[in-house]
Design a protein around this ligand. Sequence first.
Ligand SMILES: [Zn+2]
Length: 406
Amino acid sequence: MNRFVRILAVLPFFVPAACTSDATDEFNIPEEYLAEAESIPPYWIASTSEVNDYILNNVHKGEVELLGHSAGGRPIYAVTYGTPRSGSGTTTYSGASSINRIAAYRGPDSGKKVYMAIAAVHGFELEGIVGIVNMISVLETGKDLSGQPWPELEAMRDSLDRIVLVPITNPDGRDRVPIRMEKFRGSGPDAYLVHEYLNTGGLDHGKLIGWPACKEYNPVDFSAVEFPGSYPNDNGINIMHDDFFGTVQPETRIVLDLARRENPDILLNMHTGVSRYDYFIEVCRPCLGAYSPMHVRVWEQFYRHVHTDLTLGGFRGTDDLLKETTPKLEHTGTGAMNLTSVLSYHCGALAVTVEDGSHGYTGVYPDGSPVNHTPEKILNAELTLHQSAMRFLLRNGGVSAWEKAE
Ligand SMILES: [Zn+2]
């Protein structure tokens, strides 16, 4: 714990006099795009003020930590449980991976099981925020914020050695979309348009920039678009594709330093964005070349494990376990490298991107009928996924155990 406090003490905190102004003043977003959901469930805590208020007032068994500030001067918090690894190794992760012994990097506590999850790297991907906030509620009280008990998930607070959660990684992007919850827009072919505009940005009169086309400009010139969306921070950078080996953004630095300090075994990067025709939460395939052979093997085991639990929970498209637990051959749009793969290289974690469906619209089954996709189902799917990922870590051990099986 001393090591942790010392590192925090030297982080340069920069707090501008005032945060950036409200997006509705700054950008000409079509008014109808900012329509709120008619009724917002009590467990839907997903704005920066709601999340910060929640964690600052309700975390008692864990600890709240101010990690630093975004490019726009907004605070970024972590909530942690358990005891971090102590001591240090004798080499870098790169060196340790060369001798297939991660303890040489992580030190004497290498065998501890450490779980980490981050959400809202893309600010308006709210499903991951809701999942993490409700997981914090479970770890604190045994129940999510709808009152549903999750005894296995609650027990992870003691079963795992350390849990590290960052509910909002990109608060600048989150604050740029000044609504708590989107109006639900159905399952039609255009139902995704408003969510897509708010998330990846738009040109004149609500026209989409589009995905992955939005990645062509990083930084985005805010004056060249009608609305830059929630992907970038206030410097215009989508940190999922930061200049990782150059000068990184404050948010990226914060996540990299946290991952280096905690050295998680599993690190989930929670996003929103699945195909209309497979509109279910999913574990994504990593970028090509991002993993060692051990990571590839463990990722496949992890995928099967988590997708089994999602299928049994009714959170996948069918109840066909073979189909639902067989990884897709590829995942488009991840590119050669991104924040998730860099985090894996950075500390040896099995770092994995998870994508969920948006609460703002739904997809369709092959026969064209809409997928039942409610906020409550999103909450349950997110918590089921975290619980399953933690169970995988508990049963299979972390990197130290995985490398022994090579
Ligand atoms: Zn995303």
